[in-house]
Design a protein around this ligand. Sequence first.
Ligand SMILES: Cc1ncc(C[n+]2csc(CCOP(=O)(O)OP(=O)(O)O)c2C)c(N)n1
Ligand SMILES: [Mg+2]
Length: 665
Amino acid sequence: MQLDPSRLAPMANAIRALSMDAVQQANSGHPGMPMGMADVATVLFSQFLKFDPAAPKWADRDRFVLSAGHGSMLIYSLLHLTGYAAPTMADIRNFRQLGSPCAGHPENHELDGVECTGGPLGQGLAMAVGMAMAERHLNAAFGDALVDHKTWVIAGDGCLMEGINHEAIGLAGVNKLGRLNVLWDDNNITIDGDTSLSTCEDILARYAATGWHTVRCNGHDFADIARALAEAEADPRPSLVACKTIIGKGAPNKQGGHNVHGSPLGADEVAAAREYLGWTAAPFEVPAEIMADWRALGAKGAAARAAWEGRLAASASRADFEARLAGTAALASPALESYIAGLVAAPQKVATRKASEMALGPLTEQLPHLVGGSADLTGSNLTKTKFTEPFGADNYGGRHVYYGIREFGMAAAMNGMALHGGVVPYGGTFLVFSDYCRNAIRMSALQHAQVVYVLTHDSIGLGEDGPTHQPVEHVMSLRMIPNLNVYRPADVIETAECWALALETTGTPSVLALSRQNLPQLRGEGDAGWTRAANRCAKGAYRLKAAEGARKVVLVATGSEVEIALAAAAALEADGIGADVVSMPCAELFVAQDAAYRADVLPEGVLKVSVEAGVTMGWERFTGLDGLNIGIDSFGASAPADVLYKHFGISADAIVPQIKAKLGL
Ligand SMILES: Cc1ncc(C[n+]2csc(CCOP(=O)(O)OP(=O)(O)O)c2C)c(N)n1
Ligand SMILES: [Mg+2]
């Protein structure tokens, strides 16, 4: 829809007015960015973005990501003006208040049209890279008729300054994601002041050096913006559009300064801005004519959407496409049944990272949704199977991404893929480097994104690489993130069960903490004819071995330490001390069980002993303050694994005397 500038200017001013009024009313928020980018956003939404407010989940919509999430009033204004069901004007009036979907920063689970959460600077753009990867991947499978959309990002100086930007644009460059276009709010201002305080970077040169197309425009000249966006759209490389803007444009006394970034303009300046913009409407009112232009713009996407629905209805691939969008929830366990039956028949002593690779065999063979990868540790994380070809510009249908040494970029890209839909991503690195991508893991959880983190080398058991590589606090600290399931399976069968759970739990990301060292198969008895209903890990913790003598102690262990707990229990039983062994592959799932189950597994009045080769802090939750917590509350050391286990006292020999002492025996 080509509108003449005399119509576009009032439309952009509607964004400015709503933004400054909402921030003023909330007495908090960020007016500068939405006012500065109002003109660019108006051109993007009116002439380039493919969307239909009446069908916000339409699979082939363009993805619009507001990476500079502090400018949330920009997207709230756009969604309201173009006719999305929400936010309503009442929601906008309640900007930043409890119960309003107009949260301080845009949250994907609050509003349709918010494709991902924005706020942690840099991550929106990095997630957009994942969305663009998912788009190409699905296009390779389903063709232009069903998958043919672009990804548009609005990013600020902060998004480009963050380290993750380097990782993200590197991934986009090497994968030639030409349908990704980043509109940079090039306003020379961040919170502290002028960008020259902290950077002297030639950003366009950096992007160009990374395989991107770059173009500049005057972000307040509608024709010039449209020219630059058209150029970006046409270029086969990913594009950076440097939109030169004035932060807070429209606030006559404050625009261009850093004080307009994140504070209400104040009543006087709001009044001055109204005067300056010629905006006479009352707060939270948009003149009918201007609203009509916005709504007409919003309505025009319906035709493209209806045409797409027609193509889908007529497509021979329709069922496959819908199954792809439906995800893996119904499919994972059936895919593993015969594999687990094989393990019952012929037990395997393998590292759980190897067990993960083995489980991924049937999973990647049968579930086309799975797109794996690794941050340059493919041979260590064992995330690639013979069914997953490399993903790349010459094969977007590939399902193994060589992310390079970019843990944070990988995790954010996986969030983008998961939020895009049609792909269930998993990716690997060493558990100790989960800290490099921790905020993206947190964002998976906050955004309800089904991402599987394959984090191998999960303890001192990795041995000689030493304390820099030996996670100690990581498993426990990951358990602290809400809505994240942290799995630490004990053997080959538990590993398969945890994979099934990860792929069947939509809306929640998973961590699989996996050993480097071989572990004996502990399960098999009672597992014949395994099906989803028989998944013992589903309750988070379960009694693996019941006390033979009168029960005096319950040992609760995870992962590689379950074997050790079993050995300790055997020694105790030999001395007539009855000991249960509980395997706890997923504390979160255990906590979610009913009280009777929890009390049965971890009964009151019996000594409870935790065994995990990591920090003991937190285990009191399961053992009580009068329990015993075996772990490592220091950094590890460089030595072979068996030497380290002995040195740190994670062994039956070291544990049994402590239990006896505690029992007064
Ligand atoms: C990772 C991260 N660090 C810090 C912040 C706090 N913060 C929010 S906006 C901002 C300044 C961003 O500057 P810019 O992107 O240029 O936005 P503008 O001031 O131009 O609106 C900062 C430091 C954040 N949201 N995320
Ligand atoms: Mg800025």
